[in-house]
Ligand binder design. Structure first.
Ligand code: NDP
Length: 287
């Protein structure tokens, strides 16, 4: 078997074209979607993620502002900046790039962002709404993964899904979204005993671990759909996922690559949320 590659890059390209049309429409009605990204420090990985977000936003026609502060910025200083943008009607999305320096409490920062502008979907109000199946900003990576699976026409109803990883930004919410799609979801993590016993049973396997080539061909059920979220930099400088791509290719039915898989969809879903927020604003104005 040779797996069909689900290209996040291609899917993202199509979605960005659609979003660009929506932005044009919004502009014609007097609203220009605007995203503010706040970066504290100059961590190279964070800078690269922010650059990707800026490129996508501008390509779609979203106005983008980067607020880059030195690592010496205090927690209160950061909370004040967020407050300013919470109160700015021209701003539809606020994203604080994580991780933050140790002296800043991440939870306090996430909770400071208005849930109405929380385009990362990390605020507990949006997390709770997602859990209860209400309308909300969905977290970008998990939402992108669901889109990728749906893009190849897979019905998740009754499928055995195994998510390896239980972080608040990827593992937990992707399991929740797949549960909302009527899959039967199992979470695995670093304390799971006999991981392979679970992964081998997965019709859909999501790897969000952060260890290069962690999932081998022998861990995968023949014909499974394998979603590789990991982004790991090898000593050679090359990026690779959590799944051994070459081995998985001959076992899985569908497989996402790294790079060019989940990453581009994550960024696209951020743009989607920003456009959605601008639409919500327009609805408010029209009332
Ligand atoms: P975290 O480090 O927060 O979480 C990793 C998870 O993997 C934890 O739940 C941990 O378990 C689990 N884990 C670690 N070791 C093992 C093991 N030996 N066996 C089973 N489970 C294990 O990472 P993130 O969720 O933030 O990110 C995961 C990966 O996805 C990273 O490579 C990251 O770079 C990438 N990523 C990619 C994105 C994209 O857009 N493509 C977006 C976000 C992340 P425990 O909870 O027990 O510690």
């Amino acid at each position: 078997m040779t797996a069909t590659i689900i290209s996040g890059k291609e899917l993202a390209k199509q979605k960005r074209l659609d979003l660009a049309k929506e932005v044009e429409q919004l502009k014609s009605e007097g609203v220009t979607p605007k995203l503010v990204v706040i970066l504290v420090g100059d961590n190279p990985a964070s800078v690269s993620y922010v650059t990707g977000k800026q490129k996508a936003a501008e390509e779609i026609g979203i106005e983008f502002t980067l607020e880059n502060f030195p690592t010496t910025l205090s927690e209160n200083g950061l909370l004040d900046v967020i407050e300013k943008y919470n109160n700015d009607d021209a701003v539809h999305g606020i994203l604080v790039q994580l991780p933050l320096p140790d002296h800043i409490n991440e939870t306090a920062v996430i909770e400071k962002i208005s849930p109405l502008k929380d385009v990362d979907g990390f605020h507990p109000i949006n997390v709770g709404r997602m859990m209860t199946g209400q309308d909300c900003f969905l977290p970008c990576t998990p939402a992108g993964i669901v889109e990728m699976i749906k893009s190849v026409g897979i019905d998740l109803t009754g499928k055995n899904v195994v998510v390896v990883g239980r972080s608040n930004i990827v593992g937990k919410p992707v399991g929740q979204l797949l549960l909302n799609e009527n899959a039967t979801v199992t979470y695995c993590h670093s304390k799971t005993k006999d991981l392979q016993q679970f992964t081998k049973e997965a019709d859909v396997l999501v790897a969000a671990v952060g260890i290069a080539n962690f999932i081998k061909g022998e861990d995968i059920k023949p014909g499974a759909v394998v979603i590789d979220v990991g982004v790991n930099r090898l000593d050679t400088g090359k990026l690779c996922g959590d799944v051994d791509f070459e081995e998985a290719k001959s076992v899985a039915s569908y497989l996402t690559p790294v790079p060019g898989g989940v990453g581009p969809m994550t960024i696209t879903m951020l743009a989607h949320n920003t456009v959605q927020s601008a639409k919500n604003e327009l609805k408010k104005v029209k009332k």
